[in-house]
Design a protein around this ligand. Structure first.
Ligand code: ATP
Ligand code: MG
Length: 265
């Protein structure tokens, strides 16, 4: 999938992340983005690609991904066998930002193809063509994963990790998250603040049995329903409570948090 941003994607910096990204990019160092789902990793990379004036090529890691999916393969076209560059090879040739999302979903033998690109060599061996491509200036490798989903089976090889500059993104502090939710959903600051307060309470639930807490994305989805005319209560029920759990007791417990947080009508 190729994404080329025409206008600047909206990204509200939370800390030093943009400075670290630009410094790593100047050095040609690869970047490892860590953070929970819906915290802004993809949006951040889109914003940085725009800022640096680079094309962004994004690939989502999955367990059936092979190195050929990244590098390329010979395909039969009209009776002829032609080589077709994979997304990684296109990024290497074109000096683009290559963003490998959910990297831990990919098998380790697949991620090894990025090793020579992730150190001083900055090159991609394309075995099937019998050549090694030097990365064009501007090529930038970015990988991301959600540490919450990590298991022993699905973790990055240490030799992969240690090639990267890590940037940790979390949910923004309440005032910034309020701004982001208000802007993205198109709702007033007061409503956005209530959603952010509710998320804060859900995130702080003691010994939370939830697989994932309420993300910024979830708050934007809830806010979007409000912008479409739903009551705040209905929006929160549909976009947050019912999404977070199927368990009756848990849904009731979340409902109590909602009652305690939303203004009584
Ligand atoms: N700091 C921020 N500035 C602007 N938007 C933000 C910020 N943080 C989160 N968002 C918004 O949150 C939503 C989700 O962000 P995004 O898709 O980038 O999450 P993600 O971390 O890539 O999630 P996933 O791991 O599920 O892919 C987007 O609509 C994005 O605009
Ligand atoms: Mg993403």
């Amino acid at each position: 999938m190729t994404e080329t941003a025409l206008c600047a994607p909206y990204y509200r910096a939370v800390g030093e992340e943009a400075h670290v990204f630009r410094a790593a990019a100047r050095r040609g160092s690869p970047i490892l983005l860590k953070g929970p789902t819906g915290c802004g990793k993809t949006r951040f990379v889109e914003a940085m690609a725009h800022d640096l004036g680079r094309e962004l090529i994004t690939v989502a890691g999955h367990e059936d991904m092979t190195s050929a999916d990244l590098v390329g393969r010979f395909l039969l076209k009209g009776g002829e066998t032609v080589w077709v560059d994979g997304p990684l090879t296109r990024a290497v040739r074109g000096g683009a930002i290559f963003y490998l999302d959910e990297v831990v979903e990919a098998r380790q033998d697949t991620t090894v193809v990025i090793h020579p690109l992730a150190d001083h060599r900055r090159e991609l061996p394309v075995d099937r063509l019998g050549l090694t491509l030097p990365a064009a200036p501007g090529f930038q490798l970015v990988i991301s994963y959600n540490p919450g989903y990590q298991s022993v089976l699905k973790s990055l090889k240490e030799s992969t990790r240690q090639r990267f500059i890590a940037i940790e993104l979390g949910f923004p502090p309440a005032d910034i998250e309020t701004e982001v939710v208000g802007y993205e959903a198109g709702i007033d600051v007061d409503t956005a603040r209530i959603l952010v307060t509710l998320a804060g309470r859900i995130r702080n639930l003691d010994g939370s049995p939830l697989r994932e807490v309420a993300s910024t994305r979830m708050l934007i989805l809830a806010g979007g329903l409000v912008a479409e005319g739903l009551s705040l209560r209905s929006a929160v029920q549909a976009a947050m409570v019912q999404v977070l759990s199927d368990d009756g007791d848990l849904v009731r417990a979340l409902g109590e948090l909602v009652d305690a947080t939303l203004p009584q009508t």
